[in-house]
Design a protein around this ligand. Structure first.
Ligand SMILES: [Zn+2]
Length: 145
């Protein structure tokens, strides 16, 4: 596992958890502006998810690392991202599996799960590296967290 430093989010929560994941997946961007990215091709995505909160659950977790992995890695690893119709859409540019949309959709999926927990942790940041030279950071706007 590669260790790397990620951009930090300023916050006032007591606990901050970060989960790293490597996801091997294929995708294509169905738009003429995408150039060669319109062809199916693969990446090893490096994903880092930042979750924070003030309280732990009854087992002493802010959130279980394995649950976070299952929600993201368990769904996307060794798949064609475009096949996940509940996450991505080949007709809606706001839901093409670009790095930006992948990061936002991971955020939405994790936050939807966190909202079901009584101690209400928050996802503060999702970092998605698509290539050694390209990455995206998604953070909810201040009013959304
Ligand atoms: Zn790509």
């Amino acid at each position: 596992m590669m260790h790397q430093l990620y951009p930090q989010v300023a916050h006032h929560y007591r606990y901050e958890l970060n989960k790293d994941m490597h996801i091997a997946a294929a995708h294509f961007i169905p738009h003429k502006a995408a150039g060669s990215c319109a062809n199916v091709h693969g990446h090893t995505y490096i994903v880092n998810v930042t979750i924070a909160g003030d309280e732990l659950d009854e087992s002493g977790f802010l959130v279980n690392f394995q649950t976070v992995k299952k929600l993201v890695h368990g769904k996307l690893d060794h798949t064609l991202l475009n096949d996940h119709n509940d996450w991505f859409d080949r007709h809606d540019p706001n839901r093409f599996p670009t790095t930006e949309v992948v990061a936002r959709t991971i955020y939405e999926t994790i936050q939807r799960y966190l909202d079901t927990l009584p101690h209400k942790p928050k996802c503060l940041q999702v970092f998605v590296r698509e290539t050694p030279t390209s990455y995206v950071v998604y953070r909810p706007k201040a009013g959304e967290r």
